[in-house]
Design a binder for this molecule. Structure first.
Ligand code: ZN
Length: 196
């Protein structure tokens, strides 16, 4: 339900569903580094992903501590606001936790489909409160980091299959996953990952 303080600002007057669904297949990031955010995903060690998730979540909390009007402003009608990106990253953390659990519990499970743009509209990302999102993002990020930290030995080779047929091991899934929040942090800060 909308209350006056979380109604969209005038700059956000375009319809909530004006974002064109992003149907791009991002699995190429497993093969080469990303020219935008700079993350060299093939070089990421899956065992480092837990720590990278915690670093990333901390950076999002810094973003969400910013001016609320600024957080709600879309740079252009078809680009998510920083708040919307943060809501998306929180939900990616939750979704990938559920998918990781599936892969560890079942043999080669099929992942249920997830439409990120539909979720953004139905969950009313634009009306959510930054402080609440910050708490939820921190919790979801820590839960996912802890879940990856608990993966050991042969578990890294367990598999899962996405709706479009893309097949992951827990190891490639970890590397694939970490690109998403890192890339979106670049979307909002414009700062590329620096190679070690
Ligand atoms: Zn990227």
């Amino acid at each position: 339900m909308s209350t006056p303080e979380n109604l969209a600002s005038p700059a956000d007057a375009s319809p909530a569903d004006s974002i064109v669904p992003d149907t791009k297949d991002w699995t190429w990031v497993l093969e080469r580094s990303c020219p935008d955010c700079g993350l060299d995903t093939p070089a990421v060690a899956a065992t480092d992903v837990a720590g990278m998730l915690r670093d990333n979540a901390r950076s999002w909390l810094a973003v969400l501590a910013g001016d609320e009007d600024g957080l709600r402003r879309r740079p252009s009608p078809e680009v998510w606001s920083h708040l919307e990106y943060a809501c998306h990253v929180r939900d990616v953390f939750r979704l990938f936790r559920a998918r990781l659990d599936l892969m560890l519990d079942q043999d080669a499970p099929a992942f249920p489909n997830w439409d990120q743009d539909e979720t953004a509209a139905t969950e009313r990302y634009r009306e959510q409160r930054p402080q609440v999102v910050a708490g939820e993002l921190a919790e979801a990020g820590e839960a996912l980091a802890a879940a990856f930290e608990a993966v050991a030995g042969e578990q890294w080779r367990r598999t899962g299959v996405r709706g479009d047929g893309a097949r992951f091991t827990v190891e490639s899934f970890a590397r694939y996953l970490i690109h998403d929040p890192v890339h979106h942090l670049f979307d909002v800060t414009g700062t590329q990952v620096r190679p070690d």
